[in-house]
Design a binder for this molecule. Sequence first.
Ligand code: MN
Length: 258
Amino acid sequence: MILLISDLHLEEERPDITRAFLDLLAGRARAAESLYILGDFFEAWIGDDAMSPFQRSICEALRQLSDSGTHIFLMHGNRDFMIGRAFCKAAGCTLLRDPSVVQMNGEPVLLMHGDSLCTRDESYIRMRRILRNPLTLWVLRNLPKSTRYKLARKLRNESQVHTRMKTNDIVDVTPEEVPKVMTQYGVRTLIHGHTHRPAIHKLQIGADAARRIVLGDWDKQGWALQVDEQGFALSAFEFVPLDASLPATASDASKSAG
Ligand code: MN
């Protein structure tokens, strides 16, 4: 059994997401032969040399899963493209190129984060090309940490403002881009995240039936795609309330009393 997840946007400010992820690592992921994380695993990443204690604890949790025998594959997203080899080595995971073709159920499957499919967003694609250039990455990695923190905050604020202003079509994949890239890589199944629009889309490529599976973002609930002999199953699951150990009626009682 293989598990695929993406867009967790892990950060210290969302202990509910972190808890759900740690539960997945200790539970379902242990039974998996492989776990694929297709980008935007962390909300922000300014370099392997600037890991926060929170990020270190996630690294350690991945390591434990990897030590238990599950292979972990990590792909960059647009938020965490600065994740490097040092983190992957410490976490016991393999960095996957975007895009990558992987065999699943005896079928070649194309894995992507998904941002490169959103070609109608020209300003983003231009920015992506600059940021992923090896020279830019080298310069970024060698900036003082304080400068990198400032830069990351600025990029994040700009991206939030920018995304809010854009129409729905622009932040989704370009429909024509999908069969193009699938034909280029000779696959009939594409799996990606990024757009936060979880779905399994049926497609027709030439004479063949094809599908595009979009993983969900972890915000109100978690999402995972399970691949086994039964096929490809995408499902959501609820987060366990963080104060589950407290009597659930305590706050309701105080609310109705007030
Ligand atoms: Mn993304």
